[in-house]
Design a protein around this ligand. Structure first.
Ligand code: ZN
Length: 135
């Protein structure tokens, strides 16, 4: 794992949350992106080496909608940057972590992503991400 790439935060209203995080960080987000497969719209803020990803559900069966229903708004996942997502996934499986998707999925912000079950990491949903154009 190289660094914390981003922290994902589940929000009910992306517009309202954008304005709060703009005030908090002191600058604007740099992109909004819909990930149709996950049923979310995301908004990204840079914060030094890392990013903040705000996630709003676009449909009722979105994982973000379910998360908010169960636990309310808040930190949804922590994403770590990796160089080789397949090798890292295999290493973590050997360590006993439960992988949620064997095939890396296309995530927001030009990344391949693999998720680990929160039960594997003391209640934290972990995302591995690798830049798509990186070999
Ligand atoms: Zn993420």
């Amino acid at each position: 794992m190289n660094k914390i790439e981003h922290i994902g935060i589940a929000v009910k209203d992306l517009k309202a949350a954008n304005s709060v995080y703009e005030s908090l960080l002191g600058y604007e987000h740099y992109k909004t992106e819909e990930v149709a497969g996950e049923g979310v719209t995301t908004s990204f803020f840079k914060c030094g080496e890392s990013k903040i990803e705000l996630l709003e559900a676009t449909r009722e069966d979105s994982p973000i909608a379910k998360f908010i229903e169960k636990r309310g708004e808040g930190i949804h996942h922590i994403a770590f940057a990796v160089d080789d997502i397949i090798a890292e996934k295999e290493r973590l499986k050997e360590e006993g972590f439960r992988v949620l998707n064997e095939e890396p999925k296309r995530g927001a912000d030009n990344k391949w992503v693999v998720f680990l079950h929160p039960k594997s990491a003391h209640g934290v949903l972990v995302e591995l991400c690798q830049e798509i154009n990186q070999k």
